[in-house]
Design a protein around this ligand. Sequence first.
Ligand code: GTP
Ligand code: MG
Length: 197
Amino acid sequence: MDINKSEFVISSPTWTMCPKDVKPEYAFIGRSNVGKSSLINMLCNHKNLAKTSATPGKTLLINHFIINNEWYLVDLPGYGYAKRSKVVQKKLEQMITSYILQREQLVNVFVLIDIRHGFQAIDREFIDWLGQSNVPFSIVFTKADKLAVTKVSPAVEGYMASLADTWEELPPYFITSSDKKTGRDEVLDYIDSINKT
Ligand code: GTP
Ligand code: MG
């Protein structure tokens, strides 16, 4: 599958304000600065569709992008950014969790993990919560260009093995670099495959 058309639709402060039409959607979540917005731009072959920044905490709303007029990619704010005030942090958490639990159109959540750091405690917490809530998710290891090529597979195998202590069945995972534009076909083909099921 390829993306021929991608357009920004709306930024919403709550899930109740998200687009009303019923089209399948796929959301990207992960720690601040992990590369969610960059990955959406890479998938869409579009430099500035989603706003990116070297400073964590750039994305603060639920952002819908319509793809091929048929489905949505959704850019979410990052979790776990220590420099935010407790009040803002709490508000964002609530925005993210209620969107994930309530949004019926949501087909899959992609949880992004920086390939240099693997799963941090907050990522494990988030993934465990997704599992307990029966939300389908998969993992995307980002910024693969930051590791030497020979270190990529051993690192990822180690990270996935570390999930096996609490997970009987491991989620699908992908390795991407938005800088080098790698992993694009794998993620898009996966979206295509679950779109049809
Ligand atoms: P928040 O919206 O703040 O939560 O961040 P985000 O997860 O959307 O991250 P964003 O896409 O804004 O990227 C954060 C920084 O990481 C930017 O400086 C990007 O250029 C950089 N970055 C993102 N993806 C990659 C990648 O694949 N490789 C490299 N080298 N840098 C990347
Ligand atoms: Mg962002």
